[in-house]
Write a protein that binds this ligand. Sequence first.
Ligand code: SAM
Length: 239
Amino acid sequence: MREYQQFAQFYDALMGDGSSRSARILEAIDRFDVGATSLLELGCGTGSVLEGLVLIPRLVGLDASAEMLSAATAKVPSAEFLLGDMTDFDLGTTFDVVACVYDTVNHLVNYEAWESLFQGVARHLKPGGLFIFDLNTIGRLHQLVTSPPWVHDFDGNTLIMDVRSDGDELTLWDIRVFASAGDGTFTLHQENIRELGVALETVRTTLATDFDLLHEEDDSGNPPTDESSRAYFVYRRQG
Ligand SMILES: C[S@@+](CC[C@H](N)C(=O)[O-])C[C@H]1O[C@@H](n2cnc3c(N)ncnc32)[C@H](O)[C@@H]1O
């Protein structure tokens, strides 16, 4: 089954708004002075990040889930949304900024797909444009695998999310939402999502072909390692 089909209707209630992710993107644009008039978000989901970027005149969001895009279209009517695969896309245009955030890159389950994504980003960035993304690290994914399932009540519904190993550095996120019908009965919505962990040095080496590293940090503002919780990157397209 396609990912983010079942989960889409609960995504915003569970993940909150995307304002901190938008703020991080705006901070990088400001800091590296790209004067962004166009931005593409790959794996834009329900549009929570683009919602905080509406001062940028041209916004495009691409996602593989029609259900996530349906929410995004309603949330950010001024943006253009495209159903597609971020490992294989050709929009015939370039952008000042390409963003791919909230461990969306980790959703690609083999490293060849990461390389295809990075090549697509390079093709769609103007020379000097910014590539802004974050990653769940190998250490973070290991930690989630050894942690108990996350149980969370929201809007009368209950989420149970269990992250398991699916071989090597691949993890399987078993997501179950027991949705209340309001009459004491519940409907189960279940979905499996996979995330791959990759050593940060492997990613840096791949990106060095087309990009210059401008900034990287972990959640505490320190240089990220494979044991950091999350790694944030800002790269500049060469040329
Ligand atoms: C964790 S969500 C992040 C959504 C959004 N970036 C945010 O910060 O709220 C990951 C998104 O990536 C999308 N996605 C996963 N694999 C994809 C692919 N190969 N091509 C396009 N979108 C993909 C999913 O459909 C989902 O909407």
